[in-house]
Design a protein around this ligand. Structure first.
Ligand code: PGA
Length: 263
């Protein structure tokens, strides 16, 4: 599929952690840590995904201090506005300069019964409001045993992309559910195998150009000690990091994966 010109993306999914005061302190400390390490900002894109109530504070900080992190939200409503108690419109997020939004995380699929149809509607809503959806797919341990690793994520991605334009700016995150928060990450080879299948889905559901340009992240127990192995794989373009994105030194080290031995 030609030369890989995809900029690596390291994304921190904070889930329901860090209030707005803690969020500001965390982002400042992460920025200082990377500055002190003389990290080259252009070599990798960094995105943080705080809870909704933190977004305004983090946006203000990033803007005032010219911190080169992209901002993302952890979910978005499929609707634009109206009587949808508790939901957040994509237009509110884009007005806060959010660039990304996570859609279809396994915790939303499991605890909020999000189906592929809901995920698809949210992807379209995000795109409509100028946000880049980070579409999460992944198999459970049971799926893995019954269908192998790639069948369920491939179906989920197909469902998420129904009716989406080939020119749309999207990110895909392959997150095996059994690897999330378990300390038991997939191997780089397992991640590569599924990410390659998902790139094939991008080619058939969108087109070859979209497949070549779209970043596919791996997620599930990523930490400083294993990031380099994933990033060496040709179809893994970054990571969606949960627990380890809440520890400044650990997340800074993940961002600096290019400095790790052998990469
Ligand atoms: P984890 O979470 O890194 O804590 O396994 C990843 C995720 O859920 O996005």
């Amino acid at each position: 599929m030609g030369v890989n010109t995809r900029t690596p993306l390291i994304a921190g999914n904070w889930k329901m952690n860090l209030d707005h005061l803690q969020a500001v302190a965390f982002v400042q400390k992460l920025h200082w840590t990377l500055k002190e390490a003389k990290h080259e900002d252009d070599s990798v894109e960094v995105a943080v995904f705080p809870p909704f109530t933190d977004l305004r504070s983090v946006q203000t900080l990033i803007d005032a201090d010219k911190i080169p992190f992209a901002l993302g939200a952890q979910d978005v409503s499929a609707h634009d506005s109206g009587a949808y108690t508790g939901e957040i419109s994509g237009s509110f997020l884009s007005q806060l300069d959010a660039r990304y939004v996570i859609i279809g995380h396994s915790e939303r699929r499991e605890y909020h019964s999000e189906t592929d149809e809901i995920v698809n509607a949210k992807v379209k809503a995000a795109l409509k409001h100028g946000l880049t959806p980070v579409i999460c797919v992944g198999e459970t341990a049971d799926d893995l045993e019954r269908f192998g690793a790639s069948a369920v994520p491939a179906e989920q991605l197909k469902g998420a992309l129904a009716g989406v334009s080939a020119s749309a700016d999207i990110v895909v995150a392959y997150e095996p559910v059994w690897a999330i928060g378990s300390g038991q990450a997939a191997t780089p080879q397992q991640a590569q195998d599924v990410c390659a299948v998902l790139r094939g889905v991008l080619a058939s559901a969108l087109n070859d150009d979209a497949a070549a340009r779209t970043r596919i992240l791996y997620g599930g127990s990523v930490k400083a000690a294993n990031i380099a192995g994933f990033m060496r794989e040709p179809d893994v373009d970054g990571a969606l990091v949960g627990g380890a994105s809440l520890v400044v030194d650990e997340f800074a080290s993940i961002i600096r994966f290019q400095k790790h031995v052998g990469v």
